[in-house]
Design a protein around this ligand. Structure first.
Ligand SMILES: [Zn+2]
Length: 474
């Protein structure tokens, strides 16, 4: 066990209100034991690869440039980058920088420290946990074939555990396999400074069945059981000094399908990369072109919040400026919008405002990516010798704060991170900083957009966004 060493355990798509003592007894007990961050948030868009990159660079997309799960990239103009596929990411990396801030693994390598990633997530998400793992001399174990895979770790896993089981919903066979790679191989033989175990449930199961479905609850119990094995080993003195448990975003249950590709004027269709986060990639638009797009979008029943103002440009009227949501990298589209999802989280709330989604999720399935608080709220907790015990921190925090906090535990520099060291959670830390919330609002012809953002010592954390009214002024 190395001083300051830390294991990051991620439950993909786990919304914090779903962590109950009944469904997840090990996680609930752990969160009560150390520090629980009661106002933890994802980034925007609340999509996995954006969240992973923000977590492991300590910056929101405005600075690292991984702006969405799927987006047009100037270096590969042929077709949108599908960030879940490592081959797409490597194509970008072959033509220019993949990201524009160093990752945690790069910082650790420069300091002579070790890192191991064990993941059941996609090859793309796994890659972004330590994008230069191979050149950093770090090991990665992924349940999918990928050039990131450490051949040594793969051979050791197969010798001890046999082949990787097939994926399933719930994905417990794979998650148990990955857990054993961590506790039965990595811990006794590697003892890394930083380890990551990324479990792609409950996200995978919740997408298919919905946030509160029995299948999703079963996946929560099973991921909690895997965590229980990690926790038991750690309490027995195995593994690292510190445990940080997180989720990358929440989920809400979708109630209606939107088809921006079909509904928008024909001239926009081949300019659109749709999802919960939608980019409209107009070529060098003049302000009047953007104003017209705002008029069109405001009329759409599925339109959520609209953003403009990439790379320091001013936002056009009727939209919110990208930097308010930690966006606006030069790689961002000139105009982006979310799908409307302002109602409560429950699909069963008939008559509530609809929560729209696209892309192969059945009605009643879970989704994320937007600014609904149910999508943005995350699990975050830490325990170990440098953390306080039995402490609930109300101070708002978000994914970019995780890498600076891990670096602080290891005594390393946090330069070039824009997240905050969550020092108020440390046993010898200061009093919690002051946090103030501002609601930013714009209205365009009766269509209202609102975005609640906290300021914590000059650093922003997004709480949530919502819309009201319609733009149907004609
Ligand atoms: Zn995710």
């Amino acid at each position: 066990m190395k001083p300051g060493s830390t294991l990051i355990v991620s439950f993909d798509g786990l919304r914090p209100d779903r962590v109950t003592a009944d469904l997840m007894p090990n996680l609930a007990a752990f969160m009560a034991e150390g520090v629980r961050f009661a106002n933890a948030r994802s980034v925007f868009p609340s999509e996995t690869r954006v969240a992973v990159t923000s977590t492991f660079t300590g910056n929101p997309p405005r600075w690292h440039g991984m702006i969405a799960n799927r987006f047009r990239h100037a270096a590969v103009p042929e077709e949108p980058v599908r960030t879940g596929l490592v081959e797409d990411l490597l194509r970008v990396a072959g033509r220019g920088p993949l990201i524009h801030r160093p990752a945690l693994g790069d910082r650790l390598a420069a300091a002579g420290r070790s890192m191991v990633v064990v993941s059941t997530a996609s090859t793309g998400a796994t890659h972004m946990m330590n994008p230069n793992a191979v050149t950093n001399g770090h090991e990665t174990f992924c349940c999918h074939p990928t050039p990131d895979m450490s051949p040594t770790l793969k051979a050791e896993a197969e010798a001890l555990l046999g082949p990787v089981p097939e994926t399933a919903r719930p994905n417990n066979a794979r998650i148990d396999y990955a857990r054993r790679v961590l506790t039965d191989i990595v811990w006794p033989t590697r003892d890394p400074d930083v380890a990551v175990i990324w479990m792609n449930d409950p996200d995978l199961t919740s997408h298919a069945f919905g946030v509160r479905a029995p299948e999703t609850e079963a996946s929560q119990r099973l991921t909690d059981a895997a965590f229980g094995e990690i926790l038991a080993g750690w309490r027995a003195g195995r593994g690292p000094e510190h445990l940080i448990v997180m989720s990358d975003h929440g989920q809400i249950t979708g109630s209606a399908t939107a088809s921006p590709d079909m509904d928008l004027p024909a001239e926009y269709r081949d300019r659109l990369v749709s999802g919960v986060f939608n980019g409209l990639w107009l070529d060098d638009p003049a302000p009047a072109d953007l104003a017209r797009a705002v008029d069109v979008l405001s009329e759409m029943p599925w339109c959520g919040l609209v953003f403009t103002g990439r790379a320091g440009a001013p936002a056009v009227p009727g939209t919110l400026p990208f930097p308010l949501v930690g966006q606006g990298h030069a790689l961002a589209p000139p105009i982006a919008f979310t799908l409307r999802s302002t109602g409560p989280d429950e699909a069963s709330d008939a008559g509530a405002e609809r929560r729209y989604f696209t892309e192969g999720i059945d009605i009643g399935g879970g989704m994320h990516g937007g600014l609904n608080r149910g999508e943005l709220a995350t699990v975050l907790a830490g325990a170990g010798p440098q953390f306080r015990a039995g402490f609930v921190s109300d101070t708002p925090c978000w994914l970019p704060d995780i890498t600076p906090t891990v670096l602080a535990l290891l005594g390393l520099s946090t330069e070039d991170t824009s997240g905050r060291v969550l020092a108020e959670a440390f046993a010898d830390g200061p009093e919690p900083p002051r946090a103030a919330q501002t609601v930013n609002s714009v209205e365009h012809r009766g269509f209202q957009q609102h975005l609640a953002v906290w300021d914590v010592e000059g650093k922003s954390v997004i709480d949530c966004g919502w819309t009201a009214g319609t733009g149907a002024w004609r």
